[in-house]
Design a binder for this molecule. Structure first.
Ligand SMILES: [Zn+2]
Length: 354
């Protein structure tokens, strides 16, 4: 009997368009019946980084694309032998229509992918970048929290269960994660640039730095940014009592809840400084993990903790402008994007990986 192998990946996660998925499903249903007649066919739609790739193949003599000659099993049998080997003509016609629909949808998707690529390159040029940012692969299906980086743990009993402190997410994907801290500079151009270049990022906000500019970060959130906890007053936490640390961290949870309806799951201590009280208090107010960073970006330069970027590195920059450093926020983002793109990294969303 013939072999039918049919897969159509989820269009929501794979980038395969709904038209193609529908056509593939139609053809699959037709083939399922025709398959009983000895047809050997495989249809697969899948996505590849940079666009969607599709493959349709028919075994020689299957009566499918590129096979003009009907196979003995699928033709109206010349021998006149009745039975399950004879596929009704209607089904063959349906399969042919399904194949044509797939071909049309594949071509349409390829055109759309080209158009998206061209638009991204045009946006990159508008923002002063020589190349478009690389497209991130689909996020992992399953995730777990990274372990605490060696040397970044705290002393004392029962460290198990404390939120892990890490600077890199273990992954083979050639991606890095952009994190932007504080919230002082609120230039609308920053959000426009990040949106037009499709750059995902996580904002670690401090109430003091945001200084009432919650609408700005609401707009950031609506265009996809994750908003996380960076304390109320951006103080050096190891110098504070446990109660004062609780006020800094849990108080910021309340503030985020008040403005956006939900508290943070990630927490970054100011200056990357923390002690055991910090992690215990953070856990008690709902924090799952404490991501620090491997590299820090300023306008025109990148400072590495190690000597270079690695897959899964967290990269830090700040919502700052000319008043705070020697350049604009766009300059810092240009430095970031030019660097990671040249090194062959795409920017992925941290919350998708942990
Ligand atoms: Zn900060």
């Amino acid at each position: 009997m013939g072999k039918i192998w049919f897969t159509a990946t989820n269009p929501r996660t794979s980038g395969v368009g709904p038209a193609l998925a529908r056509s593939a499903a139609l053809l699959g249903a037709a083939l399922l019946v025709a398959g009983c007649a000895g047809t050997e066919t495989s249809v697969r739609t899948s996505s590849a980084p940079g666009g969607s790739a599709s493959e349709v193949s028919g075994a020689p003599g299957s009566g499918l694309p590129g096979a003009e000659t009907p196979s003995p099993g699928t033709s109206a049998s010349a021998s006149g032998a009745p039975g399950p080997a004879a596929a009704p003509r209607g089904l063959a016609e349906e399969a042919r229509q399904g194949t044509e629909a797939i071909r049309g949808a594949v071509e349409a998707e390829a055109r759309e992918a080209e158009a998206r690529k061209a638009a991204l390159l045009a946006a990159a040029r508008r923002w002063g970048l020589p190349r478009a940012p690389l497209l991130a692969p689909p996020p992992p299906r399953t995730t777990s929290l990274p372990p605490t980086r060696r040397g970044f743990g705290v002393n004392g009993p029962r460290t198990r269960g404390l939120p892990p402190v890490f600077t890199r997410v273990p992954t083979r994907d050639r991606v890095v994660f952009l994190t932007i801290d504080d919230g002082v500079d609120q230039d609308p151009a920053t959000l426009r640039m990040l949106r037009e270049l499709h750059v995902p990022y996580t904002a670690f906000l401090s109430d003091d730095a945001v200084d009432g500019g919650w609408e700005y970060f609401r707009a950031a959130h609506e265009q996809g940014a994750a908003l996380q906890n960076h304390t109320l007053l951006h103080r050096y936490l190891p110098g504070l009592s446990r109660a004062a640390q609780r006020h800094e961290i849990c108080g910021m949870q309340d503030t985020l809840r008040r403005h956006y309806g939900r508290a943070a799951t990630l927490f970054r201590p100011p200056y990357g400084s923390y002690n055991r009280d910090t992690l215990e208090v953070a856990r008690s107010c709902g924090i799952r993990a404490v991501p620090l960073w491997e590299a820090e970006v300023f306008p025109g330069r990148v400072v590495y903790r190690d000597s270079d970027l690695h897959p899964g590195d967290l990269v830090l920059t700040h919502f700052q402008g000319r008043a705070q450093w020697n350049g604009s926020m766009a300059d810092a983002l240009r430095t970031f994007l030019r660097t990671v793109t040249e090194k062959g990294y795409a920017v992925a969303r941290l919350e998708d990986y942990i």
